[in-house]
Design a protein around this ligand. Structure first.
Ligand code: SAH
Length: 215
């Protein structure tokens, strides 16, 4: 694992960029400052790792844009010790941001190759994330309920299983919408049957797929 002064310097610039775009939480900015994002990509192309852009990570998937990661994380209002379920492990970067904030993170990925690769990678950099190969639409019943749930792929609708696996008072953050653009939503579970939904503008994610994973 190589993390040079050059990388650290580029990270500081990235933090400035996303701060200028409106991210305020100092703990989230610190997390982005600490995590060596270049290691989460196939090739450690400096010029891409610390631009505020999404980037391909293989298997047709992407590591989310740092601003988007920070934005979704802010909406989650993470507290130390929160038990958080992430749908769409991808590169593992978002999960590591949550770990840096003191959360216990469970993360599901439906692409087997990516799941295996990211699991090994997270072990190697010693970030403790409980990773699972499976279908995010179903959540993780055996480990429910969760304080927070974050969906990091564009979902055509809010899966009922995920709402069921959220604690009362818990927060679920989801980019919802069919097609290329989704609306970022924060859903607060007021009671078993009562949910408050807030909207936070348009984003663009790879789709949350419903068919059985076979790749
Ligand atoms: N959080 C990731 C970015 C994820 S991109 C990061 O920080 O890098 C979205 C991911 O969701 C992809 O890896 C994709 O394979 C995964 N995905 C798509 N549909 C899914 C499903 N039904 N269940 C679990 N993961 C899914």
């Amino acid at each position: 694992m190589v993390d040079t002064y050059r990388h650290k310097g580029l990270r500081k610039k990235l933090v400035k960029t996303i701060k200028a775009k409106g991210i305020k939480d100092p703990d989230i900015l610190d997390a982005i400052d600490r995590i060596p994002r270049h290691l989460f990509m196939d090739s450690s192309f400096l010029e891409f790792a610390y631009q505020d852009k999404a980037f391909p990570i293989g298997s047709g998937q992407t590591i989310s844009q740092p601003y988007t990661v920070a934005f979704q994380t802010e909406l989650l209002e993470v507290k130390k010790g929160d038990k958080i379920l992430e749908i769409g492990t991808g590169s593992g970067y978002q999960a590591c941001v949550l770990v840096e904030l003191g959360a216990k993170v469970f993360s599901i990925e439906r692409q087997k190759k990516l799941y295996q690769k990211t699991k090994e990678f997270l072990d190697s950099i010693k970030y403790r994330v409980k990773t699972f190969y499976g279908d995010g639409y179903k959540g993780l019943k055996a480990f429910a309920p969760f304080d927070k749930i974050i969906i990091t792929a564009g979902a055509p609708y809010v899966p009922q299983d995920l709402l069921d696996q959220l604690k009362i008072g818990g927060i679920l953050v989801i980019p919802e919408g069919e097609g290329a653009v989704q609306v970022m939503k924060r859903i607060i579970k007021k009671s078993e049957t009562d949910f408050e939904t807030q909207e936070f503008g348009n984003f663009s994610f790879v789709p949350l797929l419903e068919d059985k994973a076979n790749d």
